[in-house]
Ligand binder design. Structure first.
Ligand code: DC
Length: 218
């Protein structure tokens, strides 16, 4: 069986960074499932598709053919690596991700990324829906304040001035939408290990995941 480590959790919990580093340490492939929803949202915004038009959005999701290359993401030959990280795209992504037919359209591409020697997959439903047989499932959390502070620092590094209270409110609103939607809501899989990274560095968090993974072999 091809091993999979799933890392799910709320927005800005650091899952992306942690998952990518765990994948690098183990020499595994890495699936950033949130990027798929972001790509779909980006295309919808660009083509002015109504964010409630489920049939149209599902078709858009089905037809996506992004290229992941050297840490960059290209969509229809456009480098969208930074563009899909914009807050507006994140908000739209959380709306399209609530549509069952969009989620269904993205099932195959996610499952196909399970390739040897192994996969680290990050998202919201990696352990609960996409890879329910994953031998290690992690649910990575952090307080809304810690997450808002991290996002604030990230934005500051890019020269973007943000307001911490607004960021906290936006995070909480997105958490609510991700947790309350009817399909694949954000929730730890029953057999997930909960990891609260509020007071941990990235290295410590990565170290804990690797330790859990190594313990499986014992
Ligand atoms: O992880 P992220 O912030 O890049 O995800 C963007 C949005 O996509 C987020 O609001 C929830 C949604 N998402 C999802 O519903 N299921 C996933 N597996 C990954 C992301």
């Amino acid at each position: 069986m091809i091993p999979v480590i799933t890392i799910d959790g709320p927005t800005a919990s650091g899952k992306g960074t942690v998952a990518a580093r765990v994948a690098q340490k183990l020499g595994f492939h890495y699936l950033d499932s949130g990027a798929l929803y972001r790509l779909c949202a980006y295309k919808a915004l660009k083509e002015e598709i109504d964010l409630a038009d489920e049939a149209h959005l599902a078709k858009t999701a089905q037809a996506l053919s992004p290229v992941f290359e050297g840490g960059k993401i290209f969509l229809d030959e456009e480098d969208v690596t930074d563009k899909i990280r914009a807050e507006a795209v994140g908000v739209a992504a959380s709306k399209v991700a609530a549509l069952p037919r969009v989620r269904e359209a993205l099932l195959d591409v996610q499952k196909r990324s399970r390739r040897l020697p192994g996969l680290v997959a990050d998202g919201r439903d990696m352990g609960s829906v996409i890879f329910p047989d994953a031998p290690l499932k992690v649910f990575l959390t952090a307080s809304a304040q810690a997450r808002a502070q991290r996002r604030f620092n990230q934005l500051k590094e890019k020269g973007i001035v943000a307001n911490i209270d607004t960021l906290t409110r936006d995070l909480e609103e997105r958490d609510r939408r991700d947790m309350q939607r009817a399909v694949s809501p954000l929730a730890p899989a029953k057999d997930a290990k909960i990891l609260d990274s509020s007071n941990l560095t990235i290295e410590e968090t990565v170290g804990q995941v690797l330790q859990w993974y190594e313990a499986l072999a014992d």
